[in-house]
Design a protein around this ligand. Sequence first.
Ligand SMILES: [Mg+2]
Length: 231
Amino acid sequence: MDPERSGARSSDRESEERANEGRSGRDHECALFDLDGTLINTEARSMAMWQLLLDKHDVRQDVRVFMGRRGRDVVPEVFPGHDVEELIREVYGYDDHPELPEIVPVPGAAELVRKVAAYGSPIGLVTSAGRDWAEERLAQVGVRELIRVVVAAEDVAVGKPDPAGFLLAAEALGASPADCVVFEDSLPGIAAAKAAGMRCVGVATTHAHADLSGADLVVADLTGVDWPPFA
Ligand SMILES: [Mg+2]
């Protein structure tokens, strides 16, 4: 046997074992975070941007239909016969509108992401927003370098409440769905997490505590949340 090859294999195995030790903490859990309304309070701003689009096109529709879902999934329902990509570009174009609400991180968000990372658990982000927007918002929270996988609107054929995004993130992290804990503020997001076979912490930033009963645990915000939360 070629000693160099044999040596390479054994060092591969050792580094794999080290990686597994580092990855697993006590129990192999992964954290998958939603972005809007979960890590950063953009929901009011996003809704104001969609409201501008509705007003511009004289469409009378409760803007909350856009909560937690990809714009490209909702636009065809609300604007039948329109060019979806054109309307998506238009809504992102309102981002510099002077009267939009400020974007602020959800209390405890950065602390929790750092706590999960320090524990050795892999972290993914699964958002209904576009990638560029998501990358900018993560930089605002100050935790971009701790997030291993970002699944954005462009990365899946179907958005939440379909579980595809959460399942894709789990696969990319090498985790089984049962080992994933999802943090979500929206009803489609919680439905997606449960459909993926994952445990879910509901964050009552956008909806009332009582409305998030589909989650396994509900918190007001991310302040003082334990990791792992279901120990
Ligand atoms: Mg959300």
